[in-house]
Design a binder for this molecule. Sequence first.
Ligand SMILES: Cc1ncc(COP(=O)(O)O)c(C=O)c1O
Length: 502
Amino acid sequence: MRACIARGLYGHRGRMDHSRTPVLDALSEFRHRGDVVFGPPGHRQGRGVDPRVLTILGEGVFASDVLAMNGLDDRRNSQGVLQDAQDLMADAVGAEHAFFSTCGSSLSVKSAMLSVAGPGEKLLISRNAHKSVVSGVIINGTVPGWVHPKFDAERHLAHPPEPDDVRRAFQQHPDAKGMLLITPTDWGVCADIQGVADVCHEFGVPLIVDEAWGAHLPFHDELPTWGMDADADVVVTSVHKMGAAVEQSSVFHLQGDRVDPTVLAQREDLLATTSASSLVYASLDGWRRHMVEQGRELLTRTLALAARAREEIGAIDGIEVYGQELVEEGYAFEIDPLVLAIDVRGLGITGYQAAELARARHHVDFGASDTCRINARLTHADDDASVDILVATLRKIVEDARSAETPPPVDFPSAEGLELETVLLPRDAFFAEVEQVPAEKAVGRVAAEMVTPYPPGVPVLAPGERISQEAVDYLRSGVAAGMLIPEAADPEVTSLRVVRES
Ligand SMILES: Cc1ncc(COP(=O)(O)O)c(C=O)c1O
């Protein structure tokens, strides 16, 4: 937000005719023409789909599921349908280039990383990264220079690193090709993107921002800073998260000359599917038009809803909803007001229990939950009725908590306990000869797997890190209290996968 104001808000945007929707129009024409198709998809726009499936999914889904080449456009892509839609997206959000990606930000972050640091090259990465970034480190063969987040020990909450942390990291790793920052976090805490971008540029390298949770940010000046307004070079968003596109809809945004758009496009092509979903493209196209035409008004209403929700939730005994105090304490640069991070420790239950009670007893599903809290995200799709349900559910959870089982205590690590030493390249550790050893014997050994409480999905252990007693105690006690670690070889963490010692 601050960077936008400094620059004169959104002056560089919206030069194109945003009433146009090239992908939606092409789909509509395709359906209207009634093309007879002999290529994929084999369901032939729904004709071959079992009616029982159509009853649930709807006919429109299949009627609009077409190939990009020789479907949305001709064999030569001569109408430039996709390019046109991407140009409109770039124009809408103040980027020079936008690329649609149909495999979620999980793939986009990997491609963005690869476009800045090739195999064996170094990239500074905020260690509160999502597991998709850590998998990128493994697959891409990136040499990570981890930049540790600021840790709020009272709330057990990690905040993105600050510009000075990044400067120190560049001094320590002068060969780093760039930096990857994650903001907003799952809990709505935002980094000083402009400050970090300035440091990166001082060192002559690009900043990538994983703004997976920030698709709404370009469309309202009272929301936190959008990476393209704060001089980031590449920004990745998941439009399905805070926006209105279907799942897996992700967009890369690019500006400046530190990352070559052809390099980004070609490296993305290495990882991407050759059968991109037209449903993703179409919903991205429609989202952009909707936001340009009505985003400000819709998000103004959502901000007012969030303010009301904060006030009413804040008045419930035993529950705390985080707000501006996170910023004042110097932990966060900004917070996203639409993310309600709700601390339930005062009720004597964990966030896991709160989320389970809400779903099982009240049919209300929260976003992330952890040992301390749950989050509720409001989008432009929410209204007074959904906020009433949210507040009423939290009141009911206060009641439910009285008879809930007391959770076993969690051994929270200290800030240092989470800063593990990297002794092997994550890729080398992951692909090494491994063994599964009892957790107590894993202390001091080198992790060969990611151990990630999910959601929110930030790995406690990354391959190549030396496992500490604190990390093991945290994971074991966390699992006993309801933490889920679905992808670990042993999700119960009674044992851990470590590099075999010769
Ligand atoms: C910070 C962050 N980056 C990337 C991703 C991956 O995004 P997607 O689910 O769109 O693949 C997530 C998913 O939650 C995330 O939280």
